[in-house]
Design a protein around this ligand. Structure first.
Ligand code: ATP
Ligand code: MG
Length: 167
């Protein structure tokens, strides 16, 4: 049984994240999702709590029951200790999927197999871009899965994003 780790802040969970997870699920039997910067919420760059983000992920991946486990990963602000920190929280995994350069090098240095898929439609499938579009009343709903839409509607997520200006 192969398990794959994917870490993200998912602010919010978008179609780029979905593609990354679907790629990992082609190879791995189990997907471990780490919610990064889990301690942060209600700031401009991290509007949603880890619990709210968890809800968007589960609602967007309804077709993968039993294949998913989610973990909160708070920041420690130290790259050298990052992988050991993740290992303390997340059970054993065989491969890491990431398109992040720093994350890739940290996990590779610790001996993990790391896969990158490349970024899909990065000009649009980007948390920063989606938050910007919401703030400026531009079209954004097509950039996130139905599950994210449903939860953001429930928690009044666009209002939350528009109300926050602190970085
Ligand atoms: P932000 O702009 O807020 O940093 P983000 O879109 O970069 O948000 P993250 O939560 O930082 O999303 O990224 C989580 C993981 O998803 C990382 O490995 C990142 O490289 C990957 N990722 C983000 N966007 C895409 C995309 N469009 N296609 C594929 N992978 C992506
Ligand atoms: Mg990012």
């Amino acid at each position: 049984m192969t398990s794959a780790l994917i870490i993200g802040r998912f602010q919010p969970f978008h179609r780029g994240h979905l593609r990354l997870i679907k790629e990992a699920a082609k190879e791995a039997d189990h997907i471990l999702i780490g919610i990064g910067s889990s301690q942060l919420s209600r700031t401009k760059d991290n509007p949603f709590t880890s619990e709210e983000r968890r809800e968007t992920i589960i609602a967007s991946l309804k077709d993968m029951p039993g294949k998913l486990s989610l973990y909160d990963i708070p920041d420690i602000g130290n790259n050298d200790l990052w992988v050991a920190h993740v290992e303390k929280i997340v059970p054993k995994y065989d491969v890491v999927y990431t398109n992040g350069v720093l994350e890739r090098s940290l996990f590779a240095k610790a001996g993990y197999q790391v896969h990158a898929t490349g970024l899909f439609n990065r000009d649009k499938y980007s948390g920063t871009e989606i938050r910007r579009r919401i703030r400026s009343n531009e079209k954004w709903r097509h950039l996130v899965p139905e599950g994210t839409l449903k939860i953001l509607k429930k928690i009044k997520g666009t209002e939350t994003i528009k109300s926050l200006n602190n970085p």
